[in-house]
Write a protein that binds this ligand. Structure first.
Ligand SMILES: [Zn+2]
Length: 225
């Protein structure tokens, strides 16, 4: 019994460290909510956020990128053994919370924090996969596995193909937008030789009264009058 209590508390700390909702931690460990709130406050130095869990994870997937993140989580979750029963867990059930934690951590490792689901969303997707309101389908075009969920705002099409279409249909960016700091940060300052070359071209064009059309080394010839 002592070992079981210890395992429950350890699981609670693992989930709280990943900022999972208190209702999830309570559901998984059966530790009273008040004790979990105190634990959360002690661990993070702030109160645990309150609020209801989404009834269905599909409703919480609001963008194609998020659907892609959920797909990566679902595939990783199964890879981590999420569809198997693991003996000796504090709350033995078909779904394994340990697989959800492992998949959550792995996704963060693979895709980065900004491109992966938080622990609460990860848990919701794992739950929905087990109750059957979310599932993985295979795309015939790009051959990736992707997640479809009930109450999702998207149809049953592949998020990778949808994002690719949106990317290829977008008008080409001729100049970085002023407010697009990231795009500007990718531009390197012009090399000195390039600056010299483009300056010479501009000068030659001004002398010839027309725009430069030649190659870098080409000299503009003055037309006979
Ligand atoms: Zn696809």
């Amino acid at each position: 019994m002592m070992l079981e209590r210890h395992a429950r508390m350890r699981l609670a700390i693992e989930l709280i460290a990943r900022r999972a909702r208190i209702s999830i931690v309570h559901q998984e460990t059966e530790i009273p909510r008040d004790a979990l709130r105190a634990l959360y406050r002690e661990y993070h130095g702030v109160s645990a956020p309150s609020g209801q869990l989404p009834a269905l994870g599909g409703a919480a997937i609001t963008t194609r990128r998020m659907q892609l993140q959920a797909s990566l989580f679902a595939a990783t979750y199964f890879r981590c053994g999420g569809n198997r029963d693991i003996r000796g867990t504090p709350t033995p059930r078909a779904r394994s919370i340990y697989a959800a934690i492992a998949a959550h951590d792995l996704c963060r490792e693979l895709a980065g924090i900004d491109n992966s689901l938080d622990m609460t969303r990860s848990w919701t997707i794992a739950r929905d996969l087990h109750i059957g309101t979310a599932r993985l389908l295979g795309c015939r075009a790009c051959e990736v596995l992707y997640l479809v969920a009930d109450q999702s705002r998207f149809d049953r099409t592949c998020p990778v193909c949808a994002l690719y279409r949106a990317y290829s249909d977008a008008p080409p960016a001729t100049q970085p937008q002023d407010d697009n700091f990231f795009a500007r940060s990718l531009l390197l300052p012009p090399e000195p030789e390039f600056r010299q070359w483009s300056g010479e071209l501009t000068q030659a064009a001004a002398e010839n009264g027309r725009r430069p059309t030649g190659s870098p080394g080409a000299q503009q010839k003055t037309l006979p009058r």
